[in-house]
Design a protein around this ligand. Structure first.
Ligand code: FMN
Length: 485
């Protein structure tokens, strides 16, 4: 049992035990009783889209490590993470990690930055990933490996100079988030956004020259591309009607098409959102306000997922008309509703105890992806939020791909702890239980303390890292404070 009273996933020793728990908790989540077979699993089936062949249905989701240099270059830790992505056996690498297109859009002073100067080092990340993949899986193994780069501007969550100093550049004044995250929020003007579109297009061109097969124009997690989609009350060319709210992404996509032909454009979208959550007196997450009066979400989910996804359907329809076919579905934001975005049993240090069984959060993202896949069958979908499934991840993943609920299963935190999980599943090797991510959230707590991010509890490299010791000390101090209070 966790502090919040939800049973640990590791306690479900049989499919029957998990199924009864889901039924009792009214969580709708289907899965196969058995692990995927070593031969002939749906997860092992290649997919071909517009002449691009991707060798299996595992995708590595983008994950930053807060470990680049001040100049935006990768460090040894960054290179190690990308090598692990290559070793994982997954054939789709969705962006590696969020890379800022401009200095003022970095989410932290250690985020990678793509400029003419840093481009060779970011290209080297890709080549190291591909080399690791070939070394492990054979000299031609990269023929069906599809590697992209995620491009971002962090908008209201920008902290380009110091990890403890917010320098927000928002899409609009937000009555809840302005108060919570920073005073003196600057709102980007239409001319600023025009210039930023050009910067995204320049960065996409650099990514193509660096050998990336696609770029992801990031539209999720509260960052600028996402926030603009909910800018209903913003005046001018980038706010109000959907056509205006889509202008930023549409202009970037069109700009890339014109100046980087041949480069595939993909979009990672927070397909639904909630009102901001905060800690209640007992430390559990609670809504900061009621959904009925909240006007600032893109895809506000309260109780009905079909209603929530109306915004996402509008955007996907427009993207489909623009020729975008690759979509990665995610939800919410790690800043104001982390339980929605990355379901976990143990909250990050600045978070709250889960207000629901984290399996409900997993099921919600799966449901949203499945509904969007059904509405847009010719788009290619990657689902997110699977790591909390732990031992049961392969069972759910196989079920979902076989039944067309998603095309790819994305893996985030799980590959920080257990990079070879896709290869083990595909070869029918039993999972290494000691490497399974248990969602302790240290990979989120680290950066919130201004430290690097990695799997501190399970990856020996991070356990031994000096930031590992700092993290443990500071977590203990917080725990002592809590017990003495
Ligand atoms: C340490 C960490 C860094 C992340 N960095 C990014 C990022 O750079 N870009 C992004 O789109 N999502 C990022 N995410 C979100 C993940 O891609 C993913 O959506 C989330 O972890 C849920 O998937 P999971 O359950 O497999 O972990 C990050 C998540 C974590 C834990």
């Amino acid at each position: 049992m966790s502090r919040a009273g939800y049973p640990r996933v590791a306690s479900f020793k049989t499919a029957g035990a998990l199924r009864s728990h889901l039924q009792e908790s009214r969580i709708s989540l289907a899965f196969d009783d058995d692990s995927p077979p070593a031969e002939g699993s749906a997860l092992a089936r290649p997919i071909e889209v517009d002449g691009v062949r991707v060798g299996n249905r595992f995708c590595i989701l983008p994950m930053e490590g807060w470990d680049g240099t001040r100049e935006g270059l990768p460090s040894d830790l960054t290179r190690r993470r990308w090598r692990h992505f290559g070793l994982s056996g997954a054939k789709l690498i969705w962006g590696g990690e969020a890379v800022a297109v401009r200095q003022d859009g970095r989410a932290n002073p250690n985020q990678l930055l793509l400029t003419r100067e840093t481009q060779p080092s970011i290209e080297a990340l890709r080549t190291e990933l591909v080399a690791a993949h070939r070394q492990r899986y054979g000299p031609n193994a990269d023929s069906d490996l599809f590697v992209g780069l995620q491009l971002t501007h962090s908008g209201r969550f920008a902290r380009p100079h110091a990890s403890d100093r917010a320098e927000p550049l928002a899409a609009y004044a937000h009555p809840f988030l302005d108060r919570r995250f920073a005073a003196g929020v600057a709102v980007l003007t239409d001319d600023d956004l025009d210039r930023l579109v050009d910067r995204f297009v320049d960065a996409a061109r650099l990514a193509r020259e660096a050998g990336f097969a696609f770029v992801d124009v990031k539209a999720c997690h509260g960052y600028l591309g996402h926030e603009l989609l909910s800018a209903r009350e913003r005046p001018g060319r980038y706010g109000g009607a959907l056509d205006n709210r889509l202008r930023f992404i549409r202009s970037i996509v069109e700009g890339i098409r014109a100046s980087a032909p041949g480069l595939t454009v993909a979009v990672r979208l927070s397909a639904f959102d909630t009102v901001p959550f905060r800690k209640d007196a007992a430390g559990i997450g609670e809504r900061e306000t009621s959904a009925s009066s909240y006007r600032w979400a893109f895809g506000l989910f309260d109780e009905d997922m079909d209603v929530a996804l109306a915004d996402a359907r509008d955007v996907l329809g427009a993207l489909e008309r623009l020729g975008v076919r690759w979509m990665c579905v995610t939800a919410g934001s790690p800043y104001y509703n982390p339980h929605v975005q990355r379901p976990a049993l143990f909250p990050p240090i600045d978070g709250y105890e889960p207000p629901e069984d984290p399996l409900a959060g997993v099921a919600r993202q799966i449901d949203a992806t499945a509904r969007l896949k059904a509405a847009f069958p010719s788009l290619v979908f990657v689902g997110s939020g699977y790591s909390y499934l732990q031992e049961w991840l392969p069972h759910v993943a196989e079920h979902n791909v076989r039944n067309g609920l998603t095309d790819f299963v994305g893996l985030g935190r799980m590959v920080l702890a257990y990079p070879e999980l896709p290869a083990d599943v595909l070869s029918g090797t039993p999972l290494a239980r000691k490497k399974i991510c248990r969602t302790f959230s240290d990979c989120t707590t680290g950066p919130r303390m201004g430290l690097v991010s990695g799997c501190f509890p399970l990856d020996a490299h991070y356990t031994a890292h000096p930031d590992g010791a700092t993290l443990r000390l500071r977590k203990r101090a917080v725990e002592d404070q809590r017990t003495n209070a």
